[in-house]
Every structure is written in structure tokens, then in C-alpha cells.
Design a protein around this ligand. Structure first.
Ligand code: SF4
Length: 375
């Protein structure tokens, strides 16, 4: 196995189901959580991992685990690791779930980054999208985290929510700026199948901002955050210099990573795989360590992914790196695409590096599609 330096660990439990969510998740009530934590540790240790640069425990909602379960999970996966090479260990948290006990477990562990699912500071909106926490919980959680010594804290916000106006987006961004945090991810609401929002949309009950309004919101966000010194380093992510998410950069750099847990995806030895989910299927399948799906990536798929993922980053793709990685001249593969793109305002090209322009960030999918190769 090639050296893999990142691991994603999925905790699928939630204490509520948000109306927009299509992630691999389940309500925690009645779930075999202890068995699940045991299995996660077993799955992790099966690979005999000694060195990781980044670990990310995401969900679901990892902080629905009890402090004891969280302690067991973190200790179980880190006991054989050389912690001196671990640079970033993130845990996702819901603002309402961060008890003093949970914070003390996290603070006395190798965890050094917390990702808080804030989504909005507007209580009315939070209720409308099915979130349990309120803005006051965000402030309380942040205060506790800071008191416990956590500096590297990021929050998620969503824009383009039902009946959300530009003024409401401005208010959310202003509240984020007041907090002076080093990182934020902002996502546009995407309607997904099998969600309450999709059902409401089909019944005509959901009033979402138009595409134009959404684009205006994104432009406002990009402009305001960059004026305030945040680096827009990936389509949806902004950070103070040095606080970019090292773990997520693994994905955008198209590097390999382990994925552990129910429904988790990973990328090992040129194979993208997805574990069984939901929880019971994961526990059953764990016995023979089978994934639900495995795709051995050919060179074409790898080259496409290199472009889709690389162009998500502001730094884009260095063409000579592409040529070296795939032992082929970039222009031979994508010369025509490059020529077409240079006639638009979607990309920036300095002769060596290709990246998205601001407009390209808004219309990323149009650009990515152009890098699909005939198979
Ligand atoms: S958005 Fe997060 S908290 Fe809400 S249901 Fe999905 S995974 Fe759970």
C-alpha cells in the first residue's frame, strides 16, 4: 500500500434530521452506538496505520456520541499512531451538543481543530431548516472551546435558504466576522432527492432565492471575506493564511485517503470505494471487510478528477505537475479544452498554472464538464 496520510472517520448519528440533508446519517435513538464505535476502531486498526498527517471525524454528528464513547474512539484510533507527525485532527460538532465533558475529552486528546455546524445565526431560519440549535448555542460553544484552548475553529454557513434575502446573508456574514475565527466554509443550499425540502419543493411549498440571487449572495460573500483578509482558497472555503483545512486539501489535491465507517468513502491504491451503510449493514459487512462499491480508476478517470478537484482550489492546477504525474503532455490531452476556456472569462492562465476566475468559481460545473474525456 502506498503511503496514505489522511483518514476520514464517519459517525452517522444525529439527534435530529435537517430538512435539506442527504448525508449518510440516522437518528441516534435505539442505535447500537457502542458496537459501532468498537467496529470503527477495529476497521481502523485493521490497516495497522502508524503515521497520519490528518484525521477528520465527520458525520452525521460526531458529538452525539457520549463523552465516554468519544474518548474511546479517539484513544482507540490514536493509540498506535506516531502523534508527532499528526498535523491536523478535526472533529465536527453541533453547537448544541458540546457539553463541558465533551469539550474536556476533546481538549485532552490530539484533536486540534473543531468544525462547528452553525449554518445560520438566524434562529428563525435555523428552525425552518430543521436544526435543533439556536444562535445562542453557537456563542456558548465557541466560548467554551476558546476557554479550553481551541484556536483552530471553523464554522459552516449555508446560503440560498428558503426565503433568505441578501440582507439576511449579510447579517450572517457580519456575525461570522465579529467572531474573528480563522476559517469558514459557505455552501449554497442544494436540493437533494429524498429530503424533506425536495418534497416541499415538489409540492410548491418551498420558496428559494433565484439562481441570480444565489450568485449575488456568493459574490457578496467572496468580496466581503476577501476584503477582511480571508483567503478564498477553495470554491466554498475561506481562511486566514495558514488555517486552510489540511485534511480537505487532501481531497482537492486528489490524494488517497482512508475512509472508515458506515457509508464512508475512501481512496486506496487507485481504488475509490464506499463502505456499506446504514449502520446495521456496516456492522454485518465488517466481518469480511467488504466494501459496497469499488471502482478501480483508470488513467482517464484519474486525469479528469485531477482537473475537477484541482480547479476547486484557488491555486488551480500547475500543468507541468499534471504532465509529470500522468507521464503525458497536458496539451495532448486537454490542449483544445484549454484553448476554448481561454476564450471565456471563466479561467485564469499564466502560461503555467490554470485556475478558475471569480466567475469560474460561480460556474464551476460548466468548466469541470469540459474536462470529461471520452471513455
Ligand atoms: S445536516 Fe448534519 S446534523 Fe443535520 S441531519 Fe445532516 S448530518 Fe445530521
Amino acid at each position: 500500500m502506498k503511503s496514505i496520510s489522511s483518514a476520514y472517520i464517519h459517525v452517522p448519528f444525529c439527534s435530529q434530521i435537517c430538512y435539506y440533508c442527504d448525508f449518510a446519517k440516522v437518528l441516534i435513538e435505539g442505535q447500537p452506538v457502542d458496537d459501532y464505535v468498537d467496529e470503527l476502531i477495529k476497521e481502523f486498526n485493521f490497516y495497522n496505520i502508524k503515521n497520519l498527517r490528518t484525521i477528520y471525524i465527520g458525520g452525521g454528528t460526531p458529538t452525539t456520541l457520549s463523552p465516554e464513547q468519544m474518548f474511546r474512539l479517539i484513544s482507540g484510533i490514536s493509540e498506535n499512531l506516531d502523534l508527532s507527525v499528526l498535523e491536523e485532527f478535526t472533529v465536527e460538532a453541533n453547537p448544541g451538543d458540546l457539553s463541558d465533558e465533551m469539550i474536556s475529552v476533546l481538549a485532552s486528546s490530539p484533536v486540534n481543530r473543531i468544525s462547528l455546524g452553525v449554518q445560520s445565526f438566524d434562529d428563525h431560519l435555523l428552525k425552518k431548516i430543521g436544526r435543533k440549535h439556536r444562535a445562542i448555542d453557537v456563542y456558548k460553544s465557541l466560548e467554551k472551546l476558546h476557554r479550553a484552548g481551541f484556536v483552530n475553529v471553523t464554522i459552516d454557513l449555508i446560503y440560498g435558504l428558503p426565503n433568505q434575502t441578501m440582507e439576511m446573508v449579510k447579517a450572517d456574514v457580519a456575525k461570522f466576522l465579529e467572531l474573528d475565527l480563522p476559517h469558514i466554509a459557505l455552501y449554497s443550499l442544494i436540493l437533494e432527492d429524498h429530503t424533506r425540502f425536495m418534497n416541499m419543493q415538489r409540492s410548491g411549498l418551498l420558496h428559494l432565492p433565484s439562481d441570480d440571487k444565489n450568485a449575488d449572495m456568493y459574490e457578496y460573500i467572496m468580496q466581503t471575506l476577501s476584503e477582511k483578509g480571508y483567503v478564498h482558497y477553495e470554491i466554498s472555503n475561506f481562511s486566514r493564511p495558514g488555517y486552510e483545512s489540511k485534511h480537505n486539501l487532501t481531497y482537492w489535491d486528489n490524494s488517497e485517503y482512508f475512509g472508515f465507517g458506515a457509508g464512508a468513502s475512501g481512496y486506496i491504491n487507485g481504488v475509490r470505494y464506499k463502505n456499506h451503510g446504514p449502520v446495521h449493514h456496516y456492522l454485518e459487512a465488517a466481518i469480511d471487510k467488504k466494501a459496497i462499491y469499488e471502482e478501480v480508476l483508470g488513467k482517464k478517470e484519474k486525469m479528469e478528477e485531477e482537473m475537477f478537484l484541482g480547479l476547486r482550489k484557488a491555486e488551480g492546477v500547475l500543468l507541468k505537475n499534471f504532465s509529470k504525474k500522468f507521464a503525458i503532455d497536458f496539451n495532448e490531452i486537454y490542449g483544445e479544452v484549454l484553448e476554448k476556456l481561454l476564450k471565456t472569462d471563466l479561467v485564469i492562465f499564466d502560461g503555467e498554472r490554470l485556475s478558475l476566475s471569480e466567475r469560474g468559481f460561480e460556474l464551476g460545473n460548466e468548466v469541470f464538464e469540459m474536462f470529461l474525456l471520452d471513455r
